[in-house]
Design a protein around this ligand. Structure first.
Ligand code: ADP
Length: 326
């Protein structure tokens, strides 16, 4: 591939607050460095159907504070086929796009990796997902905002849980990762978290009830990560009804409200740093890496590592939650 003159940018998969801040950062950093930018609509779908528009600095004005993504996002089945990706490549060439910045989660970066292997196209990934499940970055764009949304909701649930002396199971997102549930539980002062990372190790419900759960309290909140591995909040509520009938149990599923809202300062700063770093990486001739932040430093993480789906949960946090919920 020759000199890079034009960058294409897209958001793909599940949306996350802060994606707009990332779009803004990539666009402005590219223009600042003398490159052209094209916005690709609806993720890989727009690449396949040629929904591509030239972006100027003004196209990204007044968006840093907005949740969602101005480029829209979609899931694109066609891109998972060689024919679909060939079409995407042909459109890219016709649009004179020399490199791609893909903002998305595990699936989107997997798509970028495969695309980059098939065609000689530098692809840079930015971790955009509320789940925080990408290896090689301390946090992902959207995670902090979602965590704060959970906190806000659980604080409100606590008022009613306490008044009625109830046990609440609050289901949060996470897709096979317990970061939102565990850190949400610590931040909200909840009694326990049920997370997929431990679902094959122990019976988490039995464990916290046996450990004297709720000894000195009349209300309790347990955060449950939505996952096939945990079975979700309804599953645990049913179990308590059957196995520990003394509890007055309720379930709240937070659902998609966790995806929305104005991004926190943390997510805006993260997205801005990552966006600038993506343009730097392209100009340094880096390719096929995700940009992350580890220990406050920008790092380049090969796609193969980032998407391996084994970002470990910090076990110290489990102890913190346990110690503080007595
Ligand atoms: P996320 O990026 O949030 O994990 P998805 O898993 O839905 O979201 O992936 C988003 C899109 O990425 C998919 O709709 C598809 O177009 C593309 N993609 C995901 N996995 C692959 C794959 N194995 N090969 C090619 N494209 C993929």
């Amino acid at each position: 591939m020759g000199i890079i003159k034009c960058i294409g940018i897209l958001t793909s998969g599940g949306d996350a607050p802060g994606m707009n801040a990332a779009i803004r950062a990539v666009t402005r950093a590219a223009i600042y460095n003398g490159l052209r930018v094209k916005g690709i609509y609806r993720g890989y779908k727009g690449l396949v159907t040629n929904e591509i528009v030239e972006f100027k600095s003004q196209n990204v004005s007044n968006i840093i504070q907005l949740g969602g993504t101005i480029l829209k996002t979609a899931r694109c089945k066609e891109f998972t086929t060689p024919e679909g990706r060939k079409l995407a490549y042909e459109n890219m060439k016709a649009q004179e796009i020399d490199a791609l910045v893909v903002i998305g989660g595990d699936g989107s970066l997997t798509g970028a990796r495969i695309f980059a292997q098939e065609f000689d196209v530098p692809c840079i990934g930015l971790p955009g997902t509320i789940d925080n499940d990408l290896f090689g970055t301390d946090t992902t764009i959207g995670y902090d905002t979602a965590l704060n949304t959970i906190l806000d909701a659980v604080d409100k649930i606590r008022d009613t849980a306490t008044s009625h002396e109830r046990l609440f199971f609050v289901e949060v997102m996470g897709r096979d990762a317990g970061f939102l549930a565990l850190n949400g539980a610590i931040a909200a002062g909840a009694e326990a978290a049920i997370i997929p990372e431990f679902s094959t190790e122990v019976d988490q419900l039995e464990e916290f009830i046996k450990n004297g759960f709720r000894k000195s309290k009349n209300s309790s909140i347990v955060l449950v990560a939505e996952s096939e591995l945990t079975g979700g909040a309804m599953h645990y509520a049913e179990r308590v009804k059957n196995e520990y009938p003394g509890y007055d149990v309720r379930v709240t599923i937070l659902g998609h409200l966790q995806r929305g809202g104005s991004p926190t300062a943390h997510d805006r700063i993260l997205a801005s740093r990552l966006g600038c770093a993506a343009v730097d990486a392209i100009m340094e001739d880096q390719r096929n890496v995700m940009i992350g932040v580890e220990n406050n430093e920008i790092v380049y993480v090969p796609f193969s590592k980032a998407i391996k789906n084994d970002k470990p949960i910090n076990r110290d946090l489990v102890n913190v939650l346990r110690e503080l919920s007595i």
